[in-house]
Design a protein around this ligand. Structure first.
Ligand code: SF4
Ligand code: SF4
Length: 443
């Protein structure tokens, strides 16, 4: 299939980055790359979604990869997977799974799924700070994304369901569910009750967010749902008030720079020094965006907050504030001299082992391997968000009262960066506004 033809197909099928980024995949497809890196690192603890897809559907994953390689004339692909998970699939480093597609076993460290770390680890190439992977001839795609590309290309199936890991203080499972289901309906179907003193997190324990199960729905960004106690560091740090964070930064930072010493982006040679962001916040009432430009180089991994700082200060939260300031000023860091950035010789010794990271987060007690639930539960109601991707919201193609069937396009891509949305169940449109289309099943 020609490149432009595949791009149109993926836009119409609603394929976006399934690792949580939700960047429309068709935009990533450009000529000029020599390597396609598949992100199967799944570096967030407790998530087993990509591993399960590989266990069950490696043929479709490889087919999706070949589809991209052929359309974009990319000669080689590397599937980056952590050693511990690769061993579960009996994969070996360097093993060729199909012509041009090899396995790259990654060290068991966090955050190996960070795009910049992943590219460095799989190819040995360092993306200059603030630049795109294509600068070093690489396109990165999440594993579930290439699975979805196969479905769109060979099975005529748009993105209408999501693979999820449900884990934490619950019997862990991996399951496929229709997009747009309410989390409370899903838990009801699975007989899951959230115990007192627990929260539900959408995503992994490091970078996920706490949700209200009465209003939250499964979107294309949802990779997992975790039920976690309120008193573990993974949760406590997400519930701290920003004003308290800033007050603590002002009063307690001793300037030890341990947050910078352990920052995985700093270890790659990026000019990101979280301790200096704390210093700027403490010393000035009004932040000059020029002084905090490097905030845009932070991948929000949380190591500085959860593992590095012994004063319970959150450089991650302070840097997030600085990113907001930069967003308003439409400013970001971009390297001017690509050759000046060198990986730290200390990187190998300072990386965070996955096992240690789980202990820091307080989730090491949940290490059971989830079972796969093959039967997809049925739901009477779904709510499809018109903006569950980066870019312009999709444009509804249906009206209240219209019958719809599974896979039907219910919202078309808007002008600019956008993708289509589709009905995950047979039913009738019962509500529609600027944000969502609600479908109820035919009884
Ligand atoms: S969250 Fe902290 S440790 Fe992680 S990349 Fe950002 S500054 Fe570095
Ligand atoms: S680790 Fe904590 S105390 Fe040390 S410089 Fe960073 S924020 Fe300050």
């Amino acid at each position: 299939m020609e490149l432009n033809e595949l791009k149109s197909l993926l836009q119409a099928a609603g394929v976006v980055g399934a690792g949580g980024a939700t960047f429309p995949t068709y935009v990533k497809l450009a000529p000029g790359a020599d390597t396609l890196v598949i992100n199967a690192a799944e570096c967030e603890p407790l998530l087993y979604t990509d591993l399960t897809i590989m266990e069950l559907h490696m043929d479709k994953v490889l087919s999706g990869i070949r589809t991209v390689m052929e359309a974009a004339s990319i000669p080689s692909a590397l599937i980056g997977i952590k050693s511990s998970k690769g061993k579960l699939l009996h994969l070996m480093h360097g093993q060729e799974l199909a012509p041009g597609i090899k396995v790259c076993l990654l060290p068991d460290v966090y955050p190996m799924g960070d795009e910049i770390n992943l590219i460095y680890e799989t190819t040995g190439r360092l993306v200059p700070p603030g630049k795109l992977p294509m600068t070093v001839g690489v396109i990165v795609m999440n594993l579930e994304t290439v699975y979805n590309i196969h479905l769109a290309r060979y099975e005529d199936r748009p993105v209408i369901e999501k693979w999820l890991t449900i884990n934490g203080n619950v019997k862990p499972c991996v399951i496929r569910v229709p997009l747009g289901v309410r989390v409370r309906d899903l838990f009801l179907q699975l007989g899951i009750k959230v115990p007192a003193g627990h929260v539900v997190m959408d995503g992994g324990p490091s970078m996920g967010r706490i949700i209200d199960i009465n209003t939250a729905i499964v979107t294309k960004a949802t990779k997992g749902l975790l039920i976690l106690p309120e008193d573990i560091p993974a949760v406590v740090t997400k519930q701290r008030d920003m004003r308290v964070q800033l007050a603590m930064a002002s009063s307690a930072c001793c300037g030890c720079s341990r947050c910078t010493d352990l920052c995985p982006r700093a270890l790659l040679g990026y000019p990101l020094e979280p301790h200096k962001h704390i210093r700027v916040t403490v010393s000035s009432e009004h932040i000059n965006p020029e002084e905090v430009l490097s905030a845009t180089l932070c991948c929000a991994c949380g190591i500085c907050e959860i593992a590095a700082c012994c004063q319970e200060i959150s450089p991650r939260a302070v840097i997030a504030e600085h990113k907001t300031i930069l967003g308003k000023a439409k400013m970001r860091f971009t390297a001017t001299d690509d050759s000046q950035y060198k990986v730290s010789p200390d990187r190998a010794y300072r990386q965070m082992s996955s096992a240690r990271w789980m202990q820091y987060l307080g989730v090491d007690r949940y290490s059971a391997h989830p079972e796969y639930i093959s039967e997809m539960p049925q739901f009477d109601r779904v709510e499809i968000r018109l903006s569950q991707h980066i870019g312009v919201p999709s444009v509804p193609r249906v009206a209240v009262g219209n019958p719809v069937s599974v896979g039907q396009m219910i919202a078309a891509p808007a002008g600019g960066l956008s993708v289509a949305q589709h009905a995950p169940i047979d039913g009738t449109v019962v509500a529609l506004d600027a944000n969502r289309i609600v479908i109820e099943a035919v009884r």
